[in-house]
Design a protein around this ligand. Structure first.
Ligand SMILES: [Zn+2]
Length: 510
């Protein structure tokens, strides 16, 4: 039997990814992401900085290497360095790192027009830096910047450069498609040629996504036989970004049968971590890690799931540490509703199920999103019962001033008990949350963690429009969100909180 081929991933979220417009990490964020990539996601190697950027950057790398030394990951941390005699190497040694990724010119065009040097002069400079790096105890990898254009326009230059460097004790020759101009067939042909010409040399491929072909190109490179693929979390990187680690790892595994070291169950968590720290939101339809990709909108798919996983693919949410959810709305079928009811442990008679379905379809015509958390209220509405009025805000006044702390005074009923409470805080919503603490404590009701708070008005709305507040929550079982609608945005937030508490009180009684 043929042995399963294995391939390495090198993640450059913290170096190339930081070249994304508007992204720069605080040192502590860099350290957290670096640890998560190595320890949880089990990425083979990570590139974390460019040498000589700043002292702050050096301090961040020092923190990371300090940790990595103790945890046994030091050899997996790499720093981009330049052909500058001693400068980059010295910076890297001071940062505590052990690997330099030396940026050399991979095209005649760059060598002649940017450096104004001949290939021979450039090779001489590179050799100097390499031998200094070795003398300082660093391992050396080499980037051939602009290799894709170099290979297309000046292949002899590329061959001579690799030939001159291949016996210089270099671990990885890293071939970037710097401007993201290649297509899969070109990637396969050129890398096959390089691999055949230089047997024994370890080649890495470094795609960029300008044509949206980064994942397809990574696939072609893996088929051609490269040793490693470079990628980033969430496809971060200059312009259209690098290749997405989530996509590349899943495609190499599922479509080409490669063996990888990545722990897929961590992909989603780390994508969210990088999303918060980078401030670059993931599109909801991003493959594997987007918010919507495991949500079935059409009722027929949920029906298929119920009748024996008819719409199951290898891309299951559980595989990535996620759960499948079923959106409600115009296209909802009975099966989607049942799945949601099941998740909330609510049982309904067939007759009420039909009523509920009709109501959801009707509401779905009026507004775009109906969340599963709306279900108890819709159910209550249908059955004209007060089942879900477990908690009720009887009175609430909030005062805020430009230079003043906000305060909230509330009268609140939980079950049969009425509480009066007040709170101060940083803004009206915070003051309300503080005022809630005492009544919730007395009612022995815990508050889930607030993950995200989003306020918006309908598209094209004016200042007097209704505001919608969606709050994302998490408890030890799962994440969920609730919505509140009010003309006052603080009260929209308060309504979303009350909805959440009502659902929890109902579940507690069930
Ligand atoms: Zn790059």
């Amino acid at each position: 039997m043929e042995q399963q081929r294995s391939i390495q991933l090198m993640d450059t979220t913290l170096r190339d990814g930081e070249q994304t417009q508007g992204v720069s990490y605080f040192p502590q964020e860099k350290v957290s992401i670096g640890k998560a990539l190595l320890q949880s996601l089990k990425v083979d190697r990570i590139e974390v900085a460019s040498a000589r950027v700043s002292d702050g950057e050096k301090a961040a790398v020092q923190q990371l290497t300090e940790w990595a030394k103790g945890a046994g990951y030091l050899e997996k941390i790499e720093i981009l360095g330049f052909v500058d005699k001693n400068k980059s190497v010295d910076w890297i040694v001071e940062s505590g790192a052990k690997v330099i990724n030396l940026l050399t010119k991979g095209s005649l065009n760059h060598c002649t027009n940017q450096l104004g040097k001949t290939l021979e002069q450039h090779i001489e400079d590179i050799r100097q830096t390499i031998s200094y790096a070795h003398s300082q105890g660093l391992s050396v990898n080499v980037y051939l910047e602009d290799w894709s254009n170099g290979y297309a326009n000046s292949p002899d230059y590329v061959y001579q450069l690799v030939d001159a460097l291949q016996n210089q004790g270099i671990n990885h020759f890293m071939l970037p498609d710097t401007l993201g101009v290649m297509a899969p067939k070109e990637v396969h042909a050129s890398l096959s040629d390089m691999i055949e010409r230089f047997p024994g040399v370890k080649f890495n491929f470094h795609p960029h996504n300008d044509y949206g072909l980064a994942t397809a190109n990574a696939m072609a490179a893996a088929e051609a036989g490269v040793d490693s693929i470079h990628c980033t979390m969430n496809c971060l990187g200059e312009r259209a970004g690098n290749a997405s680690l989530a996509e590349v790892s899943v495609v190499l595994k599922d479509k080409l049968g490669f063996k990888l070291n990545i722990d897929e169950t961590e992909i989603h968590n780390i994508a969210k971590l990088v999303e918060s720290f980078s401030g670059k939101r993931l599109a909801a339809n991003t493959p594997i890690v987007g918010a919507d990709v495991f949500t079935q909108t059409a009722g027929i798919h949920a029906d298929g799931d119920q009748k024996g996983d008819l719409y199951m693919t290898e891309l299951s949410p559980e595989r990535f540490g996620r759960e499948r959810s079923y959106a409600l709305g115009k296209m909802a079928g009975k099966a989607s509703i049942n799945k949601n009811l099941e998740a909330m442990e609510i049982e309904l008679s067939p007759e009420n199920q039909q009523k509920l379905l009709n109501k959801i379809v009707q509401l779905g015509d009026q507004k775009a999103t109906i969340t599963p958390a709306d279900l108890p209220f819709i159910i209550a509405d249908i059955m004209e019962s007060n089942d879900f009025a477990h908690i009720e805000l009887l009175n609430c006044s909030i005062t805020s001033g430009l230079d003043l702390e906000s305060s909230a005074n509330i009268r609140l009923r939980i079950g049969d008990e009425v509480y009066k409470s007040s709170g101060h805080g940083n803004g009206g919503f915070d003051a309300f949350m503080k005022a809630l603490e005492m009544p919730l404590r007395k009612a022995k009701l815990s508050m889930p963690e607030l993950l995200d708070y989003e306020v918006r008005i309908p598209p094209g709305g004016k200042a007097n429009a209704l505001t919608e507040c969606i709050i994302q929550w998490a408890d030890d079982k799962k994440q969920f969100h609730t919505r509140g609608i009010n003309s006052n945005q603080v009260f929209a937030g308060i309504q979303a909180v009350l909805r959440m508490l009502n659902v929890r009180l109902h579940q507690r009684q069930a």
